[in-house]
Design a protein around this ligand. Structure first.
Ligand SMILES: [Zn+2]
Length: 229
């Protein structure tokens, strides 16, 4: 059967043997996942997307001349072959198997999943840095993540808690200067009021990349903008 054959040759393409640079590049891409009702619910790595397609749990949603078309994996493989010869575009990513090239889909749709899972934006260092754009929230300068620390706006010794509203990026000199004081006590103003992000900072980063322009259509719905409880 075609899919079984594809599965076997596909595994090979993830190894190092074939065009490792291009493959690594393609595998670093992300895929937007829609539920059966075309609502955006996740962002997943390419490998996971191909795994869902191979198991026929998902189909490809492809933007063509402003219209969306859907393909099962076998058909997508045929479409890819044709496109690889006639419609290659700079933003496209390709996975090379032994026998053919398959275009990395930007959007897939789960065929048997109707729900909208509860969205949570993890309260962690990476997302705080992303929210603050790696800018020290006191001096406003940009730093590499290794040069940034996290600062409790109201220090813990004065009752400050771990929350989106009370933790910001700060460079080490600013953090040291501020010490165990509030911004007011230290006479150091925040460049921006810290808030819980309404949308995943990771998603915002992706959306600024032209490669993911086809995502915008599915992200205008309320799901991503919903206030988190
Ligand atoms: Zn600073």
């Amino acid at each position: 059967m075609l899919l079984d054959g594809m599965a076997a040759s596909h595994e090979l393409s993830f190894g190092e043997a074939y065009y490792p640079k291009a493959i690594h590049h393609a595998l670093e891409a992300s895929v937007l996942v829609l539920n059966r009702l075309f609502l955006a619910i996740h962002i997943i790595p390419v490998k996971r997307a191909f795994s869902l397609l191979l198991r026929e749990q998902a189909e490809v949603v492809s933007l063509e001349e402003g219209q969306y078309s859907t393909y099962d994996f076998a058909t997508w493989r045929e479409v890819s072959e044709y496109r690889s010869r006639h419609f290659r575009q700079a933003d496209d990513d390709w996975i090379r198997t032994v026998t053919c090239e398959i275009q990395v889909p930007r959007v897939i749709r789960l065929l048997g999943y109707d729900r909208i899972p509860r969205q949570t934006i993890k309260f962690n260092r990476r997302n705080i840095f992303a929210r603050d754009g790696s800018l020290c929230q006191y001096c406003g300068k940009k730093f590499s993540t290794s040069e940034l620390s996290l600062d409790h706006v109201v220090p813990r010794t004065q009752g400050g808690v771990n929350s989106w509203e009370n933790i910001v990026c700060a460079c080490v000199p600013c953090n040291v200067r501020k010490g165990g004081r509030t911004p007011k006590q230290a006479n150091m103003a925040l460049i921006r009021k810290p808030e819980r992000p309404k949308r995943s900072p990771l998603l915002n980063q992706k959306l600024s990349n032209h490669k993911y322009q086809s995502w915008h259509m599915f992200l205008s719905n309320a799901y991503w903008d919903v206030e988190l409880g």
